[in-house]
Unconditional design. Structure first.
Length: 313
């Protein structure tokens, strides 16, 4: 859980960068650069580590099937020789993440970065302008460029010495489709290394607040005082029992227990996607909805406002 002492939550330079890393030195180095030294090393259970850190990025040494949060895989990453950062973007699902990561690196290191749309056919120019306009709307300080090249290899070869390349995983744009060979083996690398990123949908655990719950034997009168005008969550020995709306509390007899008036209402699993959670939360716009783990232990709570918050990735 994040707390008020978390340096990433208050630093304008690093924003809400909650990064977990696993693997070798390159993964560690990239994660440390991105967070100013506050990245979390994954334990034996990477999923648990990501959830505990509320990670919005997992840096690993090799591509993984884990889709709990977005990932970055460095290849030949060399911070000391990096002089510029280029995000190769296109129409694929990972392009915005590539641009965001390039921008993060630029903010963390002071090294200039750009988003570059590579194309081989003039018919792609309209798409290039549209993609770069969308990226610029979210990252107005990131330089945006359109480059014509006969192949990804020639585009990479034309990059200045000391360029670190950030590219989305295979699929999507012309660059991405041709950049990777069988088994997603990279066919070309920039001189300061390459980072392959893969975007995955945001999850509830990334935006949830710490849990607050009431015991089932508490009197309605006491719960009404402590609820601060909102619905409450009911739990016992850490496990979710139900919820009570503020309307139910105000209408119930004061000498009843909250077990008498609770309902088994809406709750989320901590790995539910934000998109799915929003669909359910719109029916409870003023409620704090409980979040549970796979064993029904209460681990957090979210509001519709939390779910609608601006993503950092």
């Amino acid at each position: 859980m994040a707390n008020s002492n978390d340096p990433q939550e208050h630093s304008p330079r690093f924003g809400s960068r909650r990064v977990v890393w696993a693997g070798g030195n390159q993964a560690r180095d990239l994660a440390e650069v991105l967070t100013g030294g506050t990245a979390t090393r994954a334990g034996a259970n990477i999923v648990a580590s990501c959830v505990d850190a509320r990670a919005n990025l997992l840096v690993v040494s090799n591509r993984t099937s884990l889709d709990l949060c977005s990932t970055a895989v460095p290849h030949d990453f060399d911070r000391t020789s990096t002089q510029s950062i280029v995000a190769a973007v296109g129409g694929g699902p990972h392009s915005l993440l590539a641009a965001i990561l390039a921008n993060w690196l630029s903010e963390a290191t002071g090294i200039p970065a750009s988003a570059t749309f590579g194309y081989s056919d003039s018919t792609e120019l309209a798409q290039a302008r549209d993609v770069l306009e969308q990226i610029s709307a979210q990252l107005p300080t990131l330089d945006a460029r359109i480059v014509q090249a006969s192949s990804p290899a020639s585009m990479v070869e034309a990059l200045p010495p000391g360029t670190l390349l950030v590219v989305g995983a295979s699929g999507g744009s012309w660059f991405q489709r041709r950049f990777f060979g069988p088994g997603a083996r990279i066919q070309a690398r920039a001189s300061a290394g390459t980072i392959v990123v893969q975007h995955h949908p945001r999850r509830v655990f990334q935006v949830m607040q710490p849990p607050i719950a009431f015991g089932p034997r508490m009197l309605v009168a006491d719960a009404l005082v402590l609820s601060e005008g909102a619905g409450i969550v009911v739990a016992e020995r850490g496990k979710l029992l139900g919820t009570v709306t503020i309307a139910a509390l105000t209408q119930a007899r004061p000498n009843l227990t909250i077990r008498d008036v609770m309902e088994y209402g809406v709750f989320f699993d901590l790995t539910d996607t934000i998109a799915d959670a929003i669909d359910l939360a719109t029916a409870e716009p003023d409620s704090l909805i409980p979040v549970v783990d796979s064993e029904s232990y209460l681990v957090g709570r979210v509001s519709l406002q939390d779910l609608m918050s601006e993503p950092s990735l």
